[in-house]
Write a protein that binds this ligand. Structure first.
Ligand code: CU
Length: 170
């Protein structure tokens, strides 16, 4: 990609340095180059994140860094051995400014929906389902476009205090 841009620029330099009789054409070419360059710098490599959750009610990472709008492939692995009913784990990423503690309280009453309260789904950017021992799930989503910290938690009852972290979007 970079080589192509450079060769286009080199070509337009040659054209303009020849002192051609059609300056308008040269100007148009220059405008096209600028557009191509902007597109090239906006493209980010997709981010791959693997998070492990264990029987000690811990994630193995507490921080994720991404750029605005970046494509994220996130895998949550429950590496524990305790039954799902007593030690299930999920990953829930929230919109900016959500009261995560209030969400966790409401989630405790949402056992039928794996601790995802239907009334608060608009608070969520992305989430996995509730995983039992040895299970894993991969979700695909885009980092929010607005910079800032975005909290994530496990909403299984009692886990939120020790299972939380932040996605930093730049
Ligand atoms: Cu958990």
């Amino acid at each position: 990609m970079t080589k192509q841009i450079l060769s286009v620029m080199a070509l337009s330099f040659i054209l303009s340095s020849c002192g051609g009789t059609e300056p308008k054409a040269t100007e148009e070419t220059t405008q096209e180059e600028v557009v191509v360059e902007e597109v090239a710098t906006e493209v980010n490599e997709p981010l791959t994140v693997v998070i492990e959750a264990n029987d000690q009610m811990k994630y193995n990472i507490a921080r994720i860094d991404a750029s605005a709008g970046q494509e994220i492939t996130l895998t949550l692995k429950n590496v524990g051995e305790m039954p799902k009913a007593s030690m299930g784990h999920n990953f829930i990423l929230f919109q900016k400014g959500v009261d995560v503690q209030a969400f966790a309280m409401e989630a405790m009453n949402a056992k039928e929906t794996d601790y995802l309260p239907a009334s608060l789904m608009s608070d969520i950017v992305a989430h996995t389902s509730l995983l039992g021992p040895g299970e894993e799930e991969t979700i695909l989503f885009n980092a929010p476009d607005e910079a800032g910290p975005y909290k994530f938690i496990c909403s299984f009852p009692g886990h939120f205090a020790s299972m939380q972290g932040i996605l930093f979007v730049q």
